[in-house]
Design a protein around this ligand. Structure first.
Ligand code: GRF
Length: 304
């Protein structure tokens, strides 16, 4: 059961434990406060008493779990969780949110999509495939491209596809969390890295627990880590005499190429291969699989 919840909520074991503790303490506090408040209403019939009690604890419960979640560091999870519950029962309609949002978009499609940000700073061939895959998609949309390189090819793709771009500078990325506000403005639910080389800061990891994916052009845990990107990876694979390489899609954590593996696909390394020829084969594999893996993760998010 715990494994199922972990998968469903895309959280690590320790985080699941904190979430369950929050539910327990928040639930108990709700029951306690509810009972203390009930005498104020002085209600006669038992059925009415029960009705008012249920109504009262329904109001108190979200407040209680949100308060408990703060010291346990789970506020980002619970604010989303309660938001989703609210939307399911028709509260906090997307119209209200739309009014407060300063993001200029068609309003009709806002509430039903998982909004994805692609972080890319290279040519952007993966970004293009992901954009193609999610064009007119029923449940997800590429809402933002985040880039750290003003000369990156992906910026032309963003312009052509009319996708907003957030160009970030190193200082701001690491020392200032203002960009988190901007990601919120675009209501980003999921971040996918596609050729983004900077390490993701802890503030962003905390904001998107289990919601940041990366693709690596080799079979992790081998040929990963700091400095292992682009041609360096393929050169190392060939130099080691491997007969097989591939791609790895994984969750991002605070260590380079270390997070939980979601998907791998293999391809041969041929005797005549150069880093370039292997890179081309790997790119094909990435284009074929990455969008579909992202789609599966999106489907998981929508089950919460
Ligand atoms: C891909 O090979 C990916 O594995 C790595 O960066 C590369 C990006 O290529 N993380 P492109 O910019 O998508 O063409």
């Amino acid at each position: 059961m715990f494994e199922r919840l972990q998968k469903k909520w895309k959280v690590k074991g320790w985080q699941l434990a904190l979430i369950l503790i929050t539910f327990t303490i928040g639930g108990s506090a709700t029951g306690y406060i509810g009972k203390k408040l009930m005498p104020v209403f002085a209600i006669g019939p038992a059925w009415l008493w029960v009705l008012v009690y249920i109504l009262l604890v329904t109001i108190i419960w979200p407040i209680a779990v949100l308060i408990v979640s703060i010291p346990l560091g789970q506020f980002p999870f619970f604010i989303k969780y309660i938001g989703k519950l609210g939307r399911r029962i028709g509260l906090g309609s997307s119209d209200v949110k739309r009014e407060t949002s300063n993001v200029k978009r068609l309003t009709s499609d806002v509430s039903r999509f998982t909004h994805i940000a692609i972080f890319a700073s290279g040519a952007g061939s993966n970004a293009q495939k992901i954009i193609d895959h999610f064009r007119d998609h029923a449940i997800a949309k590429i809402s933002l491209i985040v880039c750290n390189n003003p000369a990156a090819g992906v910026l032309q793709i963003a312009a052509k596809e009319e996708i907003p771009v957030l160009l970030i500078e190193k200082d701001r990325f690491y020392k200032d969390d203002a960009y988190i506000k901007e990601l919120n403005e675009y209501r980003i639910d999921l971040i996918v890295l596609a050729g983004f080389l900077w390490k993701i800061p802890v503030a962003l990891l905390n904001m998107y627990p289990g919601r940041i994916l990366n693709i690596h052009p080799a079979l992790l845990p081998n040929y990963g880590g700091k400095g292992m990107y682009g041609q360096a990876v393929h050169e190392a694979v060939i130099k080691a005499g491997e007969t097989e390489s591939g791609i790895t899609v994984h969750y991002v954590d605070e260590i380079y190429d270390n997070g939980k593996i979601i998907f791998q696909a293999h391809c041969p390394v041929l005797p005549a291969d150069t880093a370039d020829s292997l890179a081309r084969r790997i790119h094909q594999l990435e284009h074929q699989h990455y969008p579909k893996v992202i789609e599966r993760v999106v489907a998981g998010i929508n089950e919460v």
